[in-house]
Ligand binder design. Sequence first.
Ligand code: CO
Length: 153
Amino acid sequence: MAIRNIVLDGDDVLRKVSRPVTIFDEKLHLLLDDMAETMHKAEGVGLAAPQVGILRRVIVVDVGEGVIELINPELISKRGSQTGNEGCLSFPGQWGIVTRPMKVKVKAQNRYGEEIIVKGEALLARALCHEIDHLNGVVFVDLAERMLGPDED
Ligand code: CO
């Protein structure tokens, strides 16, 4: 496993739409392992493949309950809403107020290509929405009602 470089704000790769994964091979497994390690090292709760320069529909999320790997994730239902502070490893030191669903259900594939359903609420729902947005070239600053200064919360 290896730490990969995280793409920062201003890089065009963050604005591109990622392509679906069709091959579930060792290269994908290495990417997933590296993404989890990179996310943990950076103390983030989620990371999307375009953030390490790979335009494929792959995300990892860990809100403190273990790593969730999602390939080709699709939001299939959402309920309620939550408004709160959000940041991104590609936007260090920037925070904004973003409204997200309170509960989501996501259909995806695991690293072997098997279909899985993941349900999330609160922070997990927020992280899943944030990371899926990355696969469509959408970043949280696009959605923020307002941005916060570094010392506000
Ligand atoms: Co992000």
